[in-house]
Design a protein around this ligand. Structure first.
Ligand SMILES: [Cu+2]
Length: 173
């Protein structure tokens, strides 16, 4: 077997593996990016319904806030979001607290859940005795498939010089 045949064989198999993985990655990436999640959060004394939102990192969230009894707030930790809703109002008000903006009237809050972890949301408008206990949780799970694929791709990239460097380094005639 001639030496020049070995790199070619390796080249082809590596390209096939990389190509296949690339396809997988883009498929999963595309699917993750396309996930639109809509939630209507109903706030009432002294809870949110639903109390827990579960999403996958990369999901785009569309949140509508509805107040049942009195004016309630919705402060989402970790995502720089604050909102408030009045009863019998189809729209509500939202702002990014860090930018010291005024509340803007909106029909929904929309953002990409790009941070994994558990993020509390709590009422930011004093609404009664139990107001401090009015809270819920946004749980953003990592996209395992995406992470695994990135890891494999990185490993492959690191292995490339080893694979293609060998014939040159150990060259014989
Ligand atoms: Cu409240």
């Amino acid at each position: 077997m001639r030496l020049s045949q070995i790199p070619k064989y390796l080249l082809v198999s590596v390209l096939l593996v990389v190509g296949g993985l690339g396809g997988l990655v883009s498929a999963h990436l595309g699917r993750a990016a396309a996930h639109e999640r809509s939630f209507t959060i109903t706030a009432h004394k002294y809870a949110y319904d639903p109390p827990v939102l579960r999403v996958i990192r990369g999901d785009r969230l569309h949140i509508r806030l509805v107040a049942k009894d009195v004016t309630h707030g919705f402060y989402l930790e970790g995502y720089n979001l604050d909102a408030k809703a009045r009863p019998e109002n189809p729209t509500f008000w939202a702002r990014h607290p860090s930018e010291q903006q005024d509340y803007k009237e909106v029909e929904e809050i929309s953002f990409v859940a790009n941070r994994t972890g558990k993020f509390r949301y709590r009422c930011s408008i004093t609404c009664g005795y139990m107001h401090p206990f009015m809270q819920g949780e946004l749980i953003v799970s990592p996209n395992y498939l995406y992470s695994a694929a990135v890891g494999v791709a990185l490993a492959l990239a690191l292995a490339m010089p080893l694979i293609f460097g060998r014939p040159a380094a150990g060259g014989q005639s």
